[in-house]
Design a protein around this ligand. Structure first.
Ligand SMILES: [Fe+2]
Length: 464
């Protein structure tokens, strides 16, 4: 083993230069959501089967799946990496990276994120530490730490460094989740200028347009870049198509949404949690818009049933609950809720805490919403809504829970609450036809027919 530097000048221990350059390629491919990421990592491990950082990264990659089989491989990779790190004269950076993997594998996502942040203090050009802490912050606190993390390293990145565009994209998304839309868009555009196939940059820009209700801009933004990112990238591309579908949905272009669902978003019946959440969240919204989605729920519920006992990511489980609720699968719903109540009671397990604080109640509410228990859903969700961010995910993704609260208030005949919730939404996104339609329905319920007609007219004009 010898000490090298990676292409950013970070210390790395390996038996030879080939392994180091293969790991550099791995990092670039991972940042770009490239399908060949695993191949580059295999190259690194082929060149040096005991390369500490390559073994550690393989552990992260397995854990990122949030899938039991992959999780088991992640734990095995952790053990292997720990043995090698203990027996090797590695840098402090690599030791801290091992500590991050240890914490993550033990379920302590907060400690893992802190380890990455610690690495970044001394090694702000460690793009993997930045990207992985970005991921953990995304599912831990709803975004503030994510936005600060990238801000701290930004001064050290110049545009000519490899991966500089990816860092722009990471910062863009953190800014967007914190409501700093103009700055977020600037950074997203900077990312795409450097690298037009940067999925995270496209995604960050799409989020800005989603939050600002710029539906047509969003369709144009995603479509204009599609030739660049639609091939060679992993399943995250389905999520970008999901964003495009949301824009079409707002415009009432339901046939286009269903077409995107069938051709891109759910063309393959995959078991990846993000893919299932995309499908579930879209079918649910379509039905809120009065669209008949046919038998599409069945495939999602079947896939969700395979993952009932995972208990690795609350955000994913919530969507499995939605699929069971939508298909009326009481036994699967019960099994999922039982698993949520049973698992991860250790206080250091970040996801276990999320389940207990909000996940179980939220899952029950989503199931109840489909069972027509509207009052109960309102009574559970209303006091819980300011904690929705604890489940992680983006504002756009969590909006489904806000929508369920509003729809349940409408269905329960609670007109003043529904009117207030719709007014909130209009204030946040005045160009949303859905928000005006919901407001119209609430006003109708409250007996204000003239105001309801006016709100509906507004919705029609916005969708035209
Ligand atoms: Fe997104």
């Amino acid at each position: 083993m010898a000490h090298y530097q990676d292409q950013w000048g970070n210390p790395v221990t390996a038996s030879g230069d080939d392994a180091v350059t293969a790991l550099d390629r791995t990092i670039m491919a991972y940042l770009g959501f490239r399908l060949d990421t695993g191949n580059h990592l295999k190259d690194a491990l082929k060149a040096d089967p005991e390369m500490p950082l390559a073994l550690i990264y393989s552990g992260f990659f397995f854990l990122l799946f949030c899938h039991p089989k992959m999780h088991a491989k992640g734990l095995a990779a952790r053990d292997h990496a720990a043995m090698v790190v203990a027996a090797t004269d590695v840098s402090s950076r690599e030791r801290q990276c091992m500590a991050a993997l240890d914490a993550w594998a033990d379920g302590d996502w907060h400690r893992a994120a802190a380890a990455f942040e610690n690495i970044l203090l001394d090694h702000p050009l460690d793009a993997m530490a930045l990207r992985l802490s970005h991921y953990l912050h995304f599912y831990l606190d709803g975004g503030r730490a994510m936005r600060l993390s990238s801000a701290r390293v930004l001064p050290f990145w110049t545009m000519d460094q490899p991966g500089a565009g990816y860092v722009q994209a990471i910062h863009a998304f953190g800014l967007e989740e914190n409501g700093e839309y103009a700055a977020a868009e600037r950074h997203a555009r900077a990312a795409i200028e450097i690298n037009p196939s940067d999925l995270w940059g496209i995604h960050a820009g799409a989020h800005v347009m989603e939050m600002q209700g710029r539906h047509r801009d969003g369709i144009g933004w995603i479509s204009a870049q599609a030739d660049n990112w639609a091939s060679g990238t992993n399943n995250f591309r389905f999520h970008v198509w999901w964003h495009r579908a949301l824009f079409h949905l707002e415009l009432g272009e339901h046939a286009t949404v269903l077409d995107l669902y069938d051709r891109e978003i759910r063309a393959e019946s995959t078991e990846e949690y993000l893919d299932i959440t995309n499908g579930t969240a879209l079918l649910w919204r379509l039905e809120q818009h009065g669209v008949n989605v046919g038998d599409r729920w069945v495939e999602l519920a079947d896939r969700s049933a395979e993952r009932v006992g995972d208990h690795l990511l609350c955000f994913a489980d919530l969507h499995y609950a939605m699929a069971f609720g939508a298909t009326g699968r009481a036994a699967d719903s019960q099994a999922l809720l039982d698993a949520m109540r049973r698992g991860n009671v250790d206080e250091t397990c970040a996801q276990g805490t999320v389940y207990r604080q909000v996940g179980i109640a939220l899952s029950e509410a989503m199931i109840d919403a489909r069972a027509g228990l509207h009052d109960r859903v309102v009574d559970v969700l209303l006091p819980l809504r300011h904690q929705f961010a604890l489940v992680g995910g983006s504002h756009a993704q969590r909006d489904i829970f806000e929508r369920v609260l509003l729809e349940s208030a409408l269905a329960a005949g609670r007109s003043t609450l529904a009117r207030s919730l719709a007014a909130e939404r209009i204030d946040q996104k005045p160009t949303s036809p859905y928000n005006w339609q919901a407001h119209a329905r609430a006003l109708e319920l409250a007996g204000d027919a003239d105001a309801a007609a006016s709100a509906m007219q507004r919705a029609t004009v916005l969708a035209a």
